[in-house]
Design a protein around this ligand. Structure first.
Ligand SMILES: Cc1ncc(COP(=O)(O)O)c(C=O)c1O
Length: 387
């Protein structure tokens, strides 16, 4: 069968492959410790569920405007102003089926075939595929542990060619847990402004930052950065709403209009009653976010400390999100072999770094119980001794 060239270059998600292997083992009754999760292990807070239930009961079950209901777009505009110092009008906000669709929309709206998009590696694995779906080309820039897995303005400048159209930034980052400082973002924004490179700033893990870490939105730094930036965020990670499929972006008016039109011809509106849940999430008490963050923080410290204490494993301390990216290179296996053997010999599921463009590392999510983390790391410790 002749499929489109667009889909023929797509690679299936490695994270899903590991996940299904781990699930199959669990189904056989094997006690697997899973660190693959990309979603909070908490339930969606009750007041958010209640708002969606009330919307359902009231018959709020029809099409809405394709970019979201006005009151949600207004609430998101207020959130951007209050939390991110980003002044967007509601018309500049597009609500979509998850931050994933928001990223996809942003790339599709800006990139043409032949354009280059700079992606710091390790990266969230959907970015390169989205760029390829747009016909553009991902250009990877390897970051290092010495710089906490962050691209520098100089590296950005070096990677630029006349074809460069966009850079994708993800702070706090998946899989690294890295958070860019204001100064780092300012330097990157200056390089982008010089050459008028668009910035896709994926801030989905914004609420999950630890210690004294400050989350900064690059689009808020200068008027030039604002004009070039598409800021993506959503409800999945902050409010444990992954299954609701609700995310959003704020963008310069012309980009927002283009995305509005694109979405109206592809998916139309995100789920009507989920939008009411999203509204309750933004307007309600934010203590639920603080409580989840506190629990994540305890696990983060424990997981990071234990992993670093294992001979042959090093990990940069993550300042955000809910992942630890551990370097296992000194143990003599590449990431796929390490993850495969760890799963079959020690019943521990992790994601090989190759999925994120770095074959020396594995990603562990701490969006799982403390008991599971303790048991799983004990097993990793024993496994590492056998290598
Ligand atoms: C960096 C990053 N961006 C976006 C998403 C997608 O989030 P959503 O559930 O809102 O589509 C994820 C989910 O794993 C992510 O890790």
């Amino acid at each position: 069968m002749q499929l489109s060239s667009r889909v023929e270059t797509l690679t299936p998600s490695l994270t899903l492959a590991i996940d299904s292997k781990a699930k199959a083992m669990k189904a056989e009754g094997i006690d697997v410790c899973g660190f693959g999760a990309g979603e909070p292990d908490f339930d969606t807070p009750d007041h958010i569920k209640a708002a969606a239930q009330a919307a359902l009961d009231a018959g709020f079950t029809k099409y809405t405007p394709s970019s979201g209901v006005p009151e949600l777009r207004e609430a998101i505009a207020k959130k951007f102003a209050a939390d991110n110092k980003l002044e967007y009008k509601p018309s500049q906000i597009i609500v979509s089926n998850g931050a994933k669709q928001s990223c996809y929309n942003a790339i599709m709206a800006v990139c043409d075939p032949g354009d280059e998009v700079i992606i710091p590696a390790p990266y969230w694995l959907s970015y390169p595929e989205m760029v390829r779906l747009a016909g553009a080309e991902p250009v990877f820039v390897a970051t290092s542990e010495e710089n906490d897995w962050k691209i520098t303005a100089a590296q950005f400048e070096d990677a630029m060619t006349p074809k460069t159209k966009m850079i994708i930034l993800n702070s706090p980052g998946n899989p690294t847990g890295s958070v860019y400082t204001r100064e780092e973002l300012r330097a990157i924004s200056e390089v982008a402004a010089e050459e008028e490179i668009y910035i896709l700033s994926d801030e989905i893990y914004e609420k999950l930052v630890y210690d004294e870490t400050e989350h900064v939105s690059i689009g808020s730094l200068t008027p030039e950065a604002y004009d070039l930036t598409i800021t993506v965020n959503g409800f999945s990670k902050a409010y444990a709403m992954t299954g609701w499929r609700l995310g959003y972006l704020g963008a310069p008016e012309a980009i927002a209009r283009a995305i509005d039109s694109m979405q109206s011809h592809s998916t139309s509106n995100p789920c009507s009653f989920a939008q009411k849940g999203g509204l309750a999430a933004l307007k309600g008490d934010q203590q639920c976010v603080a409580d989840m963050r506190e629990e994540f923080n305890i696990r983060r410290a424990y997981m990071h400390g234990r992993l670093n204490a294992i001979n042959g494993i090093t990990a940069v301390k993550p300042l955000g999100a809910f992942y630890v990216l551990a370097n296992i290179n000194a143990l003599g296996l590449n990431s796929t072999n390490f993850a495969d053997r760890l799963l079959s010999k020690a019943n521990v599921a992790v994601v090989p770094g190759i999925a994120f463009g770095d074959d020396r590392t594995i990603r562990l999510s701490y969006a799982t119980s403390m008991d599971m983390i303790k048991k799983g790391i004990d097993r990793i410790e024993e496994f590492a001794k056998t290598l």
